[in-house]
Ligand binder design. Structure first.
Ligand SMILES: [Zn+2]
Length: 424
């Protein structure tokens, strides 16, 4: 626990300038994605992709403790301290289920969501697990439940805070979005005077995330796409690198976080963060859940917070680059590969058949690599991102690297490049 840092973060958050969230990036690219989500009305389309990029405050970096995350347990001295969170004091060696409400009243009804706190008996860092920032992403909810209930407070060094359902309004509707069609994961660190999304983000960031010394944000693919279980991380940050190396054998993809994502805001505030992607939305996929739980428990072990070995096979490669292969025609997409397949340049990834004239087109891989994400079989429109190919390179990323196509979309370097749902 580093409470002084938490205080600093809160002060900085309070001092943050306005984060206006009213800029819609309405590009052609979004058409297919929008079709997949039928929960809203056509009139709210622009709200769907409100990208708060332009006016997001750049959270001033907070000094992390001099100790790297990798040494946090060994460097911690004295007894573990109580955690003060959400108006409650959680004593060392105990666990509690608290609740966080973004607003006193939402649509006239209080909306609260559980915050599970395991405060270990021994000192150490606070690791946070967040899931369902997108309300239709179910795998992470079950991962958080399993990890939290497997922890014995008497054996934990430091603390683990788990929030199984961050976007409870979206979860109730089976939707990725907030009720106003905004993507909560484009509004962090939030703004107490902004839109509903910005206020919710602000409340969550200041009341919960500010307590964390490290963060794992759990996601799945979006819009009927599934991801091979993978860690997405900015590998240029040493503490983020420590996190990625703790998961055992899981695919790692270097990715610069999109502005406004929880991963982006947390890391900028000095809290190293990674995204764990596994599977697709709207389903509970047991294999993905088990792999994610195993990865998180391995991380907790690697950081020295719990001593319980988990055995893995060969380590997975790190992908410093990736690229999406898009449909050039509309029609029925059928995949010819599966998640995790190794492909060579020119390999057939899938076919798209026009149901009207029976014309069939082929999607072939422009790269040699591995399928780390792909669309489920479905009807697509031209431009739909169908296959995500991880490309193995030898070089580690540098600060002045040219971004890949995907990263350009990811980082929203210009709003025209932004594609809704392509990153966490
Ligand atoms: Zn997501």
């Amino acid at each position: 626990m580093f409470p002084f840092r938490a205080l600093l973060i809160m002060l900085l958050a309070l001092a943050s300038p306005v984060m206006a969230g009213e800029v819609a990036a309405d590009t052609d690219e979004m058409g297919p994605e929008l079709l997949e989500d039928t929960t809203g009305d056509a009139g709210s389309r622009s709200g769907e992709v409100v990208a708060a990029a332009e006016d997001l405050p750049d959270p001033a970096p907070v000094d992390r403790p001099a100790v790297p995350l990798a040494d946090a347990v060994n460097a911690a001295v004295g007894p573990e301290e109580p955690i003060e969170i959400l108006g409650t004091e959680v004593m060392p060696g105990t666990s509690q289920r608290l609740s966080w409400s973004a607003t006193e009243l939402f649509e006239g009804v209080p909306v609260s969501t559980p915050v599970l706190v395991v405060n270990g008996a021994l000192p150490g860092p606070t690791l946070c697990l967040t899931a369902a920032v997108h309300g239709d992403e179910l795998n992470g909810i079950e991962m958080v439940r399993r990890v939290m209930h497997n922890l014995e407070p008497s054996r934990v060094s430091g603390a683990v805070i788990g929030i199984p359902i961050v976007n409870v309004q979206g979860f109730r509707r089976g939707s990725r979005y907030l009720p106003d069609r905004r993507d909560l994961n484009r509004y962090f660190p939030g703004n107490p005077n902004g839109s509903a999304a910005a206020r919710i983000a602000y409340s969550f960031f200041t009341n919960v995330i500010a307590q964390c010394d490290a963060l794992i944000d759990l996601h799945t693919g979006s819009f009927e796409r599934a991801n091979l279980p993978q860690i997405r991380a900015d590998l240029r940050n040493p503490d983020v690198m420590t996190l990625t190396q703790g998961f055992g054998s899981m695919v790692i993809l270097h990715s610069t976080p999109a502005v406004g994502t929880l991963r982006y805001a947390a890391t900028r505030a000095g809290i190293p963060a990674v995204t764990l992607e596994a599977g697709g939305p709207s389903q509970l996929e047991l294999n993905e859940v088990k792999l994610g739980v195993k990865g998180i428990e391995t991380l907790v072990n690697t950081l020295g917070m719990v001593r319980k070995m988990r055995l893995w096979g060969e380590p997975e490669p790190v992908y410093y680059r990736s690229s999406w292969v898009r449909a050039d025609n509309g029609g029925i997409l059928l995949g010819n590969v599966s998640l995790g397949s190794t492909v060579r340049k020119g390999d057939l990834l899938g076919t798209i058949t026009d149901p009207m004239n029976n014309a069939r087109t082929e999607l072939r891989s422009p790269y040699s690599g591995r399928i780390i994400g792909m669309a489920r079989n479905q009807v697509v429109m031209p431009g739909f991102a169908a296959f995500h190919v991880g490309i193995q390179t030898d070089e580690a990323p540098t600060d002045d690297e040219a971004p890949t196509d995907d990263e350009a979309a990811d980082t929203m370097s210009s709003s025209d490049d932004y594609v809704d749902g392509m990153s966490e």
